[in-house]
Design a protein around this ligand. Sequence first.
Ligand code: ADP
Ligand code: MG
Length: 370
Amino acid sequence: MRMSKNGMVTKIHTRIRTEPFTANYELVGRELGRGKFAVVKKCIEKATGKEHAAKFLRKRRKGEDCRMDIINEIAVLESAKANPYVVALHEVYETSSEIILVLECAAGGEIFNQCVADNDEAFTEKDVIRLARQILTGVSCLHRNNVVHLDLKPQNILLTSAKPLGDIRIVDFGLSRRMDKVTEVREIVGTPDYVAPEILNYEPLSTATDMWSIGVLTYVMLTGESPFLGDDKQETFLNISQVNVDYSQDVFEGVSSLAVDFIKSLLLKNPRKRATAEECLKHPWLNSLPHPHSHPHPHLHTRPASSLDEPETSQSESEPESPAPSPELDLIDSYLTYPGQGELKTGRDAFSFGEPPFPTRPEIPQELIC
Ligand code: ADP
Ligand code: MG
């Protein structure tokens, strides 16, 4: 596996198909969602009649060729095949302007919808415990394999079904990176209210950066409020760097103190002090209920029962309009350091695709082991 300078993976195994996507799929229904550079639509595979989600990614963004970013996203998805909580990648198509990822369809939509819903639609603490266990199981598998997601937020955590509440699928690996021992990634990436202090300070990113986001995510799932959100970006960033969090009874009415304790173990400024995904899974809050839907053997190459063939739920028909894409921080310069070689500061596109800036290291097994 080749590494570009900033932790991107540039080699994939999936065959990129060049025949027209519409030869094999029929688009159905409304858009499932959209982000800054992608539109996701439901489609049916003609040969099998199976439902999928097609993510259409523009190769040129703001006049820049971003094909390599998409290849990195594909590489991470294909290497996470064994991870039951990462959305499955079925096929990839390429046209002159786009790359289309054919993904497992997560028909229950974003957990975002329930996070901001009124009381009767909102998650109960019991729901959050089950979903948080799944998120952590998925993320701990990524982290064990040195993959960081870097954009964990309620818009990127989907559900296999909304009613009844299904299982989670982590999506959107557009910003994710491999953090091998020799690489150090520093980038300004992410979504304002979910970014960790080290991102704002341009300090090295690590698996702990995701753990901060999981702290924010859990806070939002339990309270419906975003802990650092200010009136503008400036205020949000100040709140983050001061770790200005409201843990008062007002916000956490009806939520257990174990849950608050769990969040506190993640929203710590020093990344080294934050709980890891493995440690989180051992936290008493997540072990205060039996876990009927947990996945006891994530290393087995199976998916939880409720995934692909799930019948349409009425919920997915009445999905609200897709939320406006959240403002993302611009990717600016990133740089990588090799121990003993000092810092190499470069623009992120200084090296062309397929040419590692450093001698190629031994191949790392492609597939993640959970
Ligand atoms: P972006 O990189 O542009 O944010 P995402 O991968 O996050 O793109 O997709 C945008 C939105 O599309 C998601 O927030 C979600 O609402 C929807 N979506 C993405 N993947 C799927 C999927 N596999 N099944 C159902 N909906 C999806
Ligand atoms: Mg997204």
